[in-house]
Design a protein around this ligand. Sequence first.
Ligand code: SF4
Length: 295
Amino acid sequence: MSAVETPVVVGSLSPSRAADFLSCALMYRFRTVDRLPEPSSPDAVRGSLVHKVLEDIFDLPAAERTRERAHAMIVPAWAALQEAEPRAAGILDGLDEDAWLRSAREAVDRWFELEDPTRLEPAEREAFVECLLDSGLMLRGIIDRIDVAPDGAIRITDYKSGNAVAEGYEARALFQLRFYGLMIWRTRGVIPKVIRLVYLGDSQIVSYAPDEADLRATERKVQAIWAAITQARATGDYQPSPGRNCDWCAHHALCPVFGGTPPPIPPRRPRPPLSRWARLRARLRQVFSFSRSSG
Ligand code: SF4
């Protein structure tokens, strides 16, 4: 291929949706092809709120990035989220909103136990990364924070609002880390020095230092997942894979494993590119659609 040629985009894949397909092809179908709505939760919306505060605090001068300033940002950030997604407020119906906001402050406090924002100067926040593989598959993801050291070393951080990954779910978390590493390597030509999941629920950090062999293996795995998705799309055959993933799947009523019948597969709809504000809305939509399985 010459330098001016780019492959035709044959499809796109995010870490979450790839992990969905690995867990259960039918769940992937319900979420990504049918785009069925799923109930959200106060915990998931609080996660979005805390993400927003941890993004916006870096707009302040370094010396002003204190807990107190972060606490003061929570109520305005909550107002902004409700404006972006009117359904957000309804999630708190019947709940003590003050107690819920207090729990958001506590999550912010746990972050301050792990990191000192006065000593950080992120290169990018809420970075929407797209990476076109030679095969034409577009990888897409939103990375919470990218730090770049003076020597060019890249550190990727993704905030998780829950507790550190439970036994049996490490594979999904590790796959997400490798997926991020692959995207950064392929777009910037630099293998990230470290990729971290920062868990705000129990103040833990899971780190991974990728190497080239890991990332090449990840690319092969992503291609294999895409091949399987393409096959499923061509045949309409999305097999259910019952297991622990059923615990957080909202579609038991439509799943044959639980006696349901999936609806007809809808025609495909294109997705538009995302602006920064649209990314916030996309994250909220993700919270409302996939609240149990995403960070
Ligand atoms: S209920 Fe279980 S088997 Fe059925 S679609 Fe959901 S995750 Fe898959």
